[in-house]
Design a protein around this ligand. Structure first.
Ligand SMILES: C[S@@+](CC[C@H](N)C(=O)[O-])C[C@H]1O[C@@H](n2cnc3c(N)ncnc32)[C@H](O)[C@@H]1O
Length: 160
């Protein structure tokens, strides 16, 4: 897959894609933080319990994250890899989502966002993302009409 350096102790946060979590945990021995809004957490926990093999469950933490809120409960730049599946769809959350991605990532972090571009506003988010991050399209699945974008923080010297 697209992941550099599998011998590091990866931390990752995703917006709830349990199957991807299982695969990555297997491959990388990662410590995984799986997040969603408070209202979705109980469902998320039961999903994790139902899908993760028992020996991986201790490495997977389910934790509340509402984009843009209470970010202090996470450390800045805490995550090496951030995965988001189908999280670009609510325009009113775009600024908060961007702020969250900026807060949780460091200069070393890789962000992978899988999404379908349904409306022009989805492209607007990608344009917003390009201000603090270098963004490239790394995969397109025409059968599912799903794109995967990779984002990495811009090197500040790039902007001088
Ligand atoms: C379309 S679902 C995608 C769920 C899952 N990643 C998937 O691919 O099936 C969007 C997810 O984003 C979460 N979400 C929406 N607004 C959010 C917000 N403001 N903060 C955090 N998560 C949010 C929803 O609770 C939901 O889990």
């Amino acid at each position: 897959m697209l992941l550099p350096n599998s011998d590091v102790d990866w931390d990752l946060v995703i917006s709830y894609d349990v199957h991807m979590t299982v695969s990555l945990s297997h491959i990388l021995g990662a410590h995984v933080t799986i997040t969603d809004r408070k209202v979705a957490l109980e469902f998320l926990k039961s999903n994790v319990q139902a899908n993760l093999p028992p020996h991986i469950q201790p490495k997977a933490v389910v934790k509340e994250l509402t984009w843009g809120q209470n970010l202090g409960s996470y450390s800045p730049g805490e995550f090496d890899l951030i995965l988001g599946a189908d999280i670009i769809y609510l325009e009113e959350t775009f600024a908060d989502l961007l702020q969250t991605l900026e807060y949780l990532s460091s200069n070393r972090s890789v962000i992978l966002l899988a999404c379908r571009i349904r409306y022009e506003r989805d492209n607007n988010f990608l344009a917003m993302l390009e201000r603090p991050f270098t963004v490239s399209k790394v995969h397109y699945d025409p059968a599912k009409d799903v794109h995967i974008y990779k984002a990495q923080k811009r090197n500040q010297r790039e902007d001088l």
